[in-house]
Design a protein around this ligand. Structure first.
Ligand code: GUN
Ligand code: ZN
Length: 431
């Protein structure tokens, strides 16, 4: 059965930072969808047909759903924890909370709540860290499969420098990851990510186990953290005295490449940046987290100039919002402090097609190209009284996008389509 989604339709086919013809815009547009896929995009007048069900979202914007390439599923009850920077924050709040995910009932309840939050905020794909317990990832994948969401996730591998309740061993982490890969990789829209938490919580033996998994499964994503905080870097280099720098640790264990996602990547040396570019390793900018934990300011322009591909992500629960709009808001401010300006067209490209490219999934998600998955977000720039007041004085698409970027959150998300189906509960139904 076909459905026509009508609205003011926006989709990117190139990076606005690189070309002036980066997007397609249909003021009275429509997206024809069938079996969870996009069939055609264009002017409504060209696509309307008798007998095809139509959902009219005018005057809202319709665009590809947001992609969040770095988020921690077991931190839904860590978000907004006071007064610490990274290493204290992990030991004081995060590890004890993640320990609770040993309980399958807790994991199952949190998985539903987590996906509800993603969808409420217009995020249709996430790349998520689980807890150390494989059951946490089973719960998340099962919940995502029931919603037909394109989700990437992995259990964290961590065998030292944490409370015993969230530690595994090199062998156990290999075996558990391998079993999860067997159960979930490629099932429906699900993908597995090999997930060594970071060098501080992995022995060299465990990073070698992660590297072995990566060699055995070269198509899988690898996700970890890199150079987020100065104390973290000092501690890391003390644990790996033979390494040239932080990145070199992951390099030495076969963990770099175009499928590798390095959360934060803030305090990098020129050698590390050059090596990331050379290997195609991705940098994932997490602005709300970097401000909240006082970690530092990401250098988007510097990495771009060096040829490193970047994504932009929430990093909940170090991050402070599930909203990619609020994430772009904080990114704008981080880059201001760097003397860089994040243009709204570049920002919305980044959260959609840009993040799809960071994940190597742009053939399936992040654009409105016919044949790709019908994951969409519908945005209302007049969602709150303050936004509606400001909207009286906007005249261009870029101004509308910037208003959404700076003042928008889940209230601006009117609907989220996952594989062609409306998935966001109305505020009344959500209670
Ligand atoms: N580094 C290692 N683990 C984490 C985490 O859970 N959050 C953040 N922000 N950084 C990390
Ligand atoms: Zn993180």
């Amino acid at each position: 059965m076909q459905t026509l989604i009508r609205g003011r339709v926006l989709g990117f086919h190139a990076d606005p930072a690189e070309t002036t013809t980066s997007y397609a815009w249909h003021e009275d547009g429509a997206i024809l969808i069938e079996d969870g896929r996009i069939v055609a995009v264009g002017d409504h007048a060209d696509l309307a047909r008798a007998g095809v069900a139509e959902i009219d979202h005018r005057p809202c914007l319709v665009m590809p759903g947001f992609i969040d390439p770095h988020i921690h599923f077991p931190q839904v009850q860590v978000i907004a924890s006071w007064g610490a920077q990274l290493l204290d924050w992990l030991t004081t709040y995060t590890f004890p909370e993640e320990a609770r995910f040993a309980d399958p009932d807790h994991a199952a309840r949190m998985a539903e709540a987590f996906l509800d939050q993603l969808i409420a905020h217009g995020t249709t794909t996430a790349c998520a860290f689980g807890s150390v317990h494989p059951g946490s990832v089973d719960a998340l994948f099962a919940a995502a499969a029931a919603r037909d969401m394109a989700l990437i996730a992995g259990k964290v591998m961590m065998d030292r420098n944490a409370i015993p309740a969230v530690q595994d061993s090199a062998r156990q982490s290999y075996d558990d990851s391998k079993a999860l890969i067997g159960r979930w990789q490629g099932s429906g829209r699900l993908r597995y990510a090999i997930t060594p938490r970071f060098a501080i919580t992995s022995t060299p033996e465990q990073l070698a186990a992660a590297g072995a998994l990566a060699a055995e499964h070269p198509d899988l994503h690898i996700q970890t953290h890199l150079s987020e905080n100065r104390d973290e870097i000092d501690y890391t280099l003390r644990l790996y005295p033979q390494a040239r720098d932080y990145l070199d640790i992951y390099d030495a264990h076969g963990l770099l490449g175009p499928n590798s996602l390095m959360g934060h990547a803030i305090h990098l040396s020129p050698r590390e940046i050059a090596r990331m570019a050379e290997t195609g390793t991705r940098a994932i900018h997490c602005p709300t987290s970097n401000l909240f934990l006082g970690s530092g300011l990401f250098d988007e322009a510097g990495l771009r100039a060096a040829g490193v591909v970047s994504g932009v992500a929430t990093d909940v629960g170090g991050g402070t919002s599930y909203s990619m709009l609020q994430t772009l808001n904080e990114s704008y401010k981080v880059l201001q402090l760097r003397g860089q300006n994040l243009h709204p067209l570049a920002a919305f490209h980044w959260a959609t097609r840009g993040n799809a490219i960071a994940l190597g999934m742009q053939d399936r998600i992040g654009t409105l190209a016919p044949g790709s998955d019908a994951d969409l977000v519908v945005l209302d720039c007049r969602a709150t009284p303050a936004m509606a007041l400001r909207a009286e004085r906007i005249g261009t698409l870029a101004e509308e996008l910037f208003l959404l970027q700076i003042m928008g959150d889940d209230r601006a998300v009117v609907q989220t389509y996952v594989a062609g189906r409306p998935a966001k509960a109305s505020p009344a139904a959500a209670g």
